[in-house]
Design a protein. Structure first.
Length: 131
C-alpha cells in the first residue's frame, strides 16, 4: 500500500474537502484550455472551486493548523470574506443569475493570483513530507 503523506493522514477529513476544490479547479483550468473558455462550464467550475475552498478554510481554523504560507493568505480578511460570499451564492438560492456578491469577488484586484496562491499553499501543506 502506498504511503500517505503525514498531513493527509492527520487531516484526512479536511483533505477530502480540499479534493472537492482541487477537482473543480482542474475542471475549470481544462475549460480554459478548451474550445469554449468563456462558456458556462468554465464559470460553473470557477464558482464551485472558489466555493469549495471555504469549508477547507473553516476546517483549517477549527483544526488550528499552523502553516505560515496558508496563514499569510488567510490574513487577507477582505478576500476571505468575498470568498465566503461566493460560497453563499453557489450553495444558497438567489433569484439573480449574476449575483452582485460573485461579481464583487470576480472584480477584486489580485483575486486570481490570491486564490491560486492559497490553493497551492494548501496543496503544498497536504503534500509536505516530514522535514
Amino acid at each position: 500500500m502506498a504511503s500517505v503523506h503525514p498531513n493527509i493522514a492527520s487531516y484526512f477529513t479536511l483533505h477530502r474537502y480540499f479534493l472537492h476544490a482541487s477537482r473543480n479547479r482542474s475542471l475549470f483550468l481544462a475549460e480554459l484550455r478548451g474550445s469554449n473558455p468563456d462558456g458556462p462550464r468554465a464559470w460553473l467550475h470557477l464558482e464551485l472551486w472558489y466555493a469549495c475552498l471555504v469549508p477547507v478554510l473553516e476546517g483549517w481554523r477549527k483544526e488550528k493548523i499552523k502553516d505560515t504560507a496558508v496563514t499569510t493568505f488567510m490574513r487577507d480578511h477582505r478576500k476571505m470574506k468575498l470568498l465566503s460570499k461566493c460560497r453563499n451564492v453557489v450553495f444558497h438560492y438567489s433569484p439573480h443569475y449574476f449575483d452582485e456578491r460573485t461579481m464583487e469577488l470576480m472584480t477584486e484586484e489580485g483575486i486570481v493570483t490570491w486564490v491560486h496562491g492559497l490553493h497551492d499553499a494548501i496543496s503544498a501543506f497536504f503534500l509536505a513530507k516530514d522535514g
